[in-house]
Design a binder for this molecule. Structure first.
Ligand SMILES: [Mn+2]
Length: 405
């Protein structure tokens, strides 16, 4: 459990110190957990004298990874993603770079001695309960230097942002970082009948940590292509500022405007109908918001009369051929996000309807697409542009029990 994970982290620190170059590339996710992870690692590594280059990714797309692994002799760290694709990173790395994975999602073991998978899932901890990406990075930071315990409150923001509570409270390692931050006076933990509330103590007053997480999610998700992640990491390390407040307000206004326009489009007949699935295509109308936003839009409309509550809901958004900080990459991919209305949610929970975690990855793999995060009630994958209708057809055939191979 924790002991073996810490041992593995200490070994990774030893390997890191043995690298000839005192430079590290940190690749991290763009949600609040990913931004806090990136912030913790950046500060911890800089304190040790490493030059840190930080890259924020919405997903560890294979096309990006191929480009990253054109390098040799580097230290590469992946935070809040990539635990499951350690075998792929191993194939790409082939002993050439020191690669550390500090994720908390369901993981697979590395097959390359220079790819160290420090995902707590491999050490008996549950990533959707016990430990967030930020807490994993915090433990690694402490393995680098115990003085990094002053970042416990940043880890707590990521843990709350990922939203894994048991009876209304953080548990296990996530709760330990909240307790540590409370002992340092950085947060206040308030007991309620329905669990615990976490309040961040700031010079300008307290703020609920749930709000801090939402604030970072807006910067990283809505502002992905507009410098939002950099601002988010700055906020983690230095606190919010009038500049960050203004940016968040502007991004929220952009989101409202774009969502309203798309809603009007759906009201005007923009929703396409298949027997079991209703779907729409955003093309590139959500740019410059990140591709996480198609899922957020599905979430926003799944309770409304814009949709047929008895059908699955799918939305497509073109993945821009650009990664901030990395440059142009021709993906030629479209992201698909799926959700269901509350009625269907009950059907899936009761096992009377197929879960999205089965339906979408199966159809996606038939078309050679890329599945990343799929759960029974929320799922997203990517397929090549032009295969959208085929994907819907494949899902329809899966649902009707036909086999198209
Ligand atoms: Mn996470």
């Amino acid at each position: 459990m924790l002991g073996p994970l810490i041992d593995a982290m200490e070994h990774a620190v030893f390997e890191l110190r043995g690298m000839p170059e005192k430079a590290v590339q940190v690749y991290h996710h763009n949600d609040s957990d990913g931004l806090t992870s990136g912030a913790i690692l950046t500060r911890a590594l800089e304190r040790q004298g490493f030059a840190v280059k930080r890259f924020c990714l919405e997903k560890p797309y294979p096309a990006v990874l191929e480009k990253v692994y054109e390098q040799s002799g580097k230290t590469l760290i992946f935070a809040d993603f990539a635990g499951r694709i350690a075998p792929l990173l191993s194939d790409l790395n082939r002993g050439r770079n020191l690669t550390l994975i500090l994720d908390h999602h369901v993981a697979e073991a590395s097959t390359d001695a220079r790819v160290l998978n420090l995902d707590p899932d491999l050490f008996g901890l549950k990533g959707d309960r016990d430990i967030s990406g930020s807490t994993t990075c915090y433990l690694f930071a402490r393995a680098l230097d115990p003085a990094n315990r002053d970042m416990a409150h940043i880890a707590a923001i990521g843990a709350v942002g990922d939203g894994f509570f048991v009876d209304g409270a953080l548990v296990s390692e996530n709760r330990a970082v909240a307790m540590e931050a409370a002992a340092q006076g950085r947060i206040e933990i308030r007991e309620h009948e329905a669990g615990e509330q976490y309040l961040l103590n700031r010079p300008e007053g307290q703020v609920d940590v749930v709000e801090s997480g939402d604030y970072l999610d807006v910067l990283g998700g809505v502002g992905y292509y507009q410098g939002g992640p950099d601002m988010g990491v700055k906020v983690c390390l230095e606190g919010a500022s009038p500049g960050s407040d203004r940016m968040v307000e502007e991004l929220k206004a952009v989101r409202t405007k774009i969502f309203d326009e798309e809603t009007a489009r759906l009201q005007a007949g923009g929703m396409k109908q298949a027997p079991h699935i209703q779907w729409f295509h955003l093309e590139d109308r959500f740019f410059p918001m990140g591709v996480k936003m198609v899922g957020a839009f599905c979430d926003a409309i799944r309770f409304t009369d814009l949709i047929d509550p008895g059908k699955y809901l799918a939305g497509f958004q073109i993945v821009p051929d650009e990664i901030p900080g990395i440059g142009s990459i021709s993906f030629g991919q479209v992201k698909v996000s799926m959700r269901v209305a509350p009625v269907m949610e009950e059907e899936i929970r009761a096992g009377r309807a197929m879960g999205l975690n089965v339906l979408l990855p199966e159809a996606t793999s038939r078309l050679g697409g890329f599945s990343d995060a799929c759960h029974s009630l929320t799922a997203a994958t990517t397929v090549a542009i032009g295969k959208e209708e085929q994907l819907i057809d494949e899902m329809e055939s899966i649902l009707t029990g036909e086999s198209h191979g």
